[in-house]
Design a protein around this ligand. Structure first.
Ligand code: PRP
Ligand code: URA
Length: 247
């Protein structure tokens, strides 16, 4: 389905994204039109490969890339399209869809380092897209794994662009929040931001949707928890270390 989920945590607190919901069970579903959870029959299979600690680096890259392909296509498909009626070679009419905007109207902003792994797929699906980079890192020495901003390099006139933020993991939401604030400083409007993400969790989604209610989020899966190290559970571990084989 398309929408967002809320959960009762192990501590019995409700973690939701936009609505307060009374509930008896352990899992509640409710609508948040700005959060899309990827619906594709292959996602459970592909995710299970990369969750497996025994997955080799080459398979990890291969299966991750395949999910990124689906996620980025989902983001592109959500963009406005012009529809014209054309004829096929056989003579019948069909609706022909074309993106309203050109590749130059879009900008991909990667959150260094893990987000960089998503760029090749972005280039494959939207060749010619502009690219910006933001370096924020979780400070693993702090108890809450607070993110620190280090650097950004963004295209000129990014304020006029539709921006896809690329980062595979949404845990506390601290890293993505810093990036969105940086984009807003440049004049990018929340409604022009789509965060494309592989694995999210209720706390991260709650953090982003409450601070930035007009951004869109596309994620492949919402995992239920974070562990004490603020890693997503079950998650897959450190995405960047595994993708770049650099543990
Ligand atoms: C990871 C991940 C996100 C961030 C998510 O990056 O790629 O950027 O953590 O966690 P948060 O939602 O709690 O901020 P990390 O800082 O580990 O750097 P890396 O990309 O170099 O692995
Ligand atoms: N960063 C990761 O790579 N994985 C997590 O689970 C959380 C942050």
């Amino acid at each position: 389905f398309t929408g967002a989920m809320g959960y009762l945590t192990m501590r019995g607190e409700f973690m939701g994204f936009s609505k307060k919901v009374e509930c008896q069970g352990t899992k509640i579903e409710f609508e948040n039109p700005n959060v899309t959870i990827l619906e594709h029959s292959l996602v459970p299979f592909l995710l299970s490969q990369i969750r497996d600690p025994e997955c080799s680096t080459s398979d990890y890259r291969r299966f991750s890339d395949r999910i990124m392909h689906l996620l980025i296509e989902e983001a592109i498909a959500a963009e406005p399209m012009n529809v014209t009626i054309k004829k096929t070679l056989a003579g019948g009419d069909f609706e022909c869809y074309r993106l309203t905007k050109t590749p130059n109207d879009f900008c991909a902003v990667t959150i260094i380092r893990a987000g960089d792994s998503m760029l090749p797929k972005m280039f494959e699906l939207m060749p010619g897209i502009k690219v910006g980079k933001v370096l924020v890192q979780r400070d693993e020495s702090t108890e809450d794994k607070r993110s620190v901003f280090y650097y950004s390099k963004l295209p000129k006139e990014i304020a006029k662009k539709k921006v896809f933020i690329l980062d595979p993991m949404l845990a506390t939401g601290g890293s993505c929040s810093l990036v969105i604030n940086r984009l807003k400083e440049e004049g990018v409007k929340e409604e022009n931001i789509t965060f494309i993400n592989l694995i999210s969790c209720p706390e991260g989604l709650s953090c982003l949707t409450s601070a930035f209610p007009d951004i869109k989020i596309i994620t492949a899966v919402v995992d239920p928890n974070m562990n004490e190290e603020r890693y997503i559970e079950p998650g897959l571990g450190d995405y960047g270390d595994r993708y770049f084989n650099s543990d």
